[in-house]
Write a protein that binds this ligand. Structure first.
Ligand code: K1U
Ligand code: ZN
Length: 168
């Protein structure tokens, strides 16, 4: 397992639509292991493969937030099959937009299907922080960042702030 570098805005790969995975094999599991280690190291509660420069439709997550046992989760080729009319606001952050936080309104509950770490199909419903995080990560697979849900002024200010902070 290895900790990989996390891309930050305005890296062009973060705007790319990620490609579906053909097969869940040992090579993909090694990628997911690296993603999880990178996410725990950051630290974060979710990570999309494109954030470490691999534009594949893969997400890892652990929303237990250090409380007790780790609960890693893996989502390959995830799809949202239903979203509630009801929405909920949440103060989001993003490892690719470090130190920027803002309130984003998203559907409160979603149903999703995906392949797990073993490549088995799973269908489940998400609510609370799970619903927030899976929608945030699935936006990454479409080349969308949480700041893209904000006004142009707020987005441009956020990108400038990250550029300044990450300049060598
Ligand atoms: O960049 C990412 O996609 C990860 C991001 C996920 C996320 C956070 C909040 C709302 C929606 C999606 C993060 O993990 S940012 C860091 C963070 O939220 C956190 C870090 C340590 C402990 C608790 C939370
Ligand atoms: Zn993010």
């Amino acid at each position: 397992m290895a900790i990989r570098d996390i891309l930050t805005v305005p890296h062009p790969l973060l705007k790319k639509v990620s490609e579906p995975v053909e097969t869940v094999d040992d090579e993909l599991r090694a990628l997911m292991d690296d993603m999880l280690e990178t996410m725990y190291d950051a630290p974060g509660i979710g990570l999309a493969a494109v954030q470490i420069g691999v534009p594949k439709r893969v997400i890892v997550m652990d929303i237990s937030r250090g409380e007790g046992e780790r609960e890693p989760r893996y989502f390959v080729n995830p799809e949202i099959t239903w979203a509630s009319e009801e929405t909920q606001p949440y103060e989001e952050g993003c490892l690719s937009v470090p130190d920027i936080y803002d309130e984003i309104e998203r559907p409160a509950r979603v149903k999703l299907r995906y392949l797990n770490y073993q490549g088995e199909p799973v269908e489940e419903e998400a609510e609370g922080i799970f619903a927030v995080c899976i929608q945030h990560e699935m936006d990454h697979l479409e080349g969308v960042l949480f700041i893209d849900h904000l006004s142009r002024l707020k987005r441009e200010r956020a990108v400038q702030k990250v550029k300044k902070a990450t300049a060598a």
